[in-house]
Design a protein around this ligand. Structure first.
Ligand SMILES: *Cc1c(COP(=O)(O)O)cnc(C)c1O
Length: 378
């Protein structure tokens, strides 16, 4: 059984993907070919943003977006404590001070009340300037942009949506990657919209940000002169081959994959609710189900359940075993565990189950049966 079955997706989309790859091979336009422009146009329209600028990976997308927002030394950047490291690491890389914020255990996303407390504490300290918040659409579920938007507005923070795991989700009918001042996603193979290598994208409604992003991803080149470099940037582009692979995958995601994910999640939740804490999708939200993550009662139970599944050939993963606050890279900051009770609990109790649009009945039934047998239920 696969945790995330990319081969099943390839088989389903083989004709379109193979044709796309062949057309790139024939054209020889491997860098910024027409498929890249087509993908950027389709992605922008798909999420309801004016512009999409693709780049080399989701980490670069975060860095580019933070550069466009002018984040740097002296600035405070607020990130959810429970996320992939890049959400925080990119802000630190640019010289900003990272402040992790505890999460809500029902959604695994940033807890707005904890954000407000963190911003007030930084304001009171007066060392760093609160500049930006990076809400993450963790496991596919959009963050609470209503509440975070109000806090950001009252404290003058810009919002960068980290939609690396969120592509395909929505809130009040608005698509993920359309929230905040600027948004990013990742096309790492295991993400809801993944390519066959590394890739990423930045989304914005601002023409100025769009031009700046296009310059920054090409070593700071001038808009009208490739060999006049007007700022310091990076080299970060999406290969044409990856764009050709992403186009049919984007169409499939909208055509049927999201519906298949919802059906798989509903089936798990129905069958497991009386045994473990199942993930919640609050009213008004839809999830892209990057992960289907359950909570066990405590660490010992989680570890025993993980071992029980492994013995039965069922892959399950721990996303994530520690919060940002507990990463060794931030040891000098001495972020105390007591500020992050929910992240600490999540890190001990989470377990992500096999989840993808091609999960078949037999595999889903096997996962369910194995978990129910662990809890002595039938
Ligand atoms: C995967 C991921 C990233 C980084 O994306 P890459 O393409 O792997 O660089 C950033 N943030 C989150 C929340 C992610 O899950």
């Amino acid at each position: 059984m696969q945790f995330h079955d990319l081969h099943a997706q390839y088989i389903a989309l083989k004709d379109e993907i193979d044709a796309g790859i062949a057309s790139v091979a024939e054209s020889g336009r491997f860098i910024l070919g027409p498929q890249v422009t087509q993908l950027e146009n389709e992605l922008a329209a798909d999420v309801g943003r004016k512009h999409c600028v693709t780049c080399g990976n989701g980490t670069d997308a975060l860095t580019l977006a933070l550069m466009v927002l002018g984040v740097g030394e002296g600035d405070a950047v607020f990130v959810p404590d429970f996320t992939y490291f890049a959400t925080a690491g990119t802000a630190s890389f640019l010289g900003a001070a990272v402040y992790p914020v505890d999460i809500d255990l029902h959604t695994f996303n940033m807890r707005p009340a904890a954000l407000e407390a963190a911003v007030l504490a930084v304001e009171a300290q007066g060392i760093h300037t609160p500049k930006c918040v990076i809400p993450v659409d963790l496991f596919g579920l959009p963050a609470d942009y209503d509440a975070i938007g109000r806090i950001a507005k009252s404290h003058g923070l810009s919002i960068l949506e980290d939609g690396a795991q969120g592509y395909g989700g929505s809130l009040h009918g608005k698509a993920a990657c359309s929230f905040g001042d600027i948004a990013v996603t990742s096309f790492f193979p295991a993400k809801p919209l993944g390519c066959w290598g590394d890739g990423g994208a930045v989304f914005t409604d601002s023409d100025e940000q769009d031009s700046l992003l296009r310059s920054l991803r090409a070593n700071g080149r001038a808009e009208d002169d490739k060999y006049n470099n007007v700022r310091i940037g990076m080299n970060s582009r999406l290969d044409t081959m990856q764009a050709a692979i992403l186009l049919p995958k984007l169409h499939a995601l909208r055509r049927y994959e999201l519906a298949a994910l919802d059906a798989a999640a509903a089936r798990y939740s129905e069958a497991l609710r009386d045994a473990v804490t199942v993930p919640e999708v609050p009213e008004g939200y839809t999830s892209a189900w990057a992960q289907y993550t359950i909570l066990a009662k405590d660490e010992a139970e989680r570890n025993a359940l993980a071992a029980h599944l492994k013995e039965r050939g069922i892959p399950a993963m721990i996303y994530y075993p520690r919060g940002i606050h507990a990463q060794q890279a931030y040891a000098e900051q001495h972020f105390p565990d007591v500020l992050y009770p929910n992240t600490c609990r999540a890190a001990k109790c989470v377990l992500s189950l096999p989840m993808h649009p091609y999960l078949n009945e037999a595999d889903a039934a096997a996962v369910i049966a194995a978990i129910r047998s662990f809890y002595g239920k039938n």
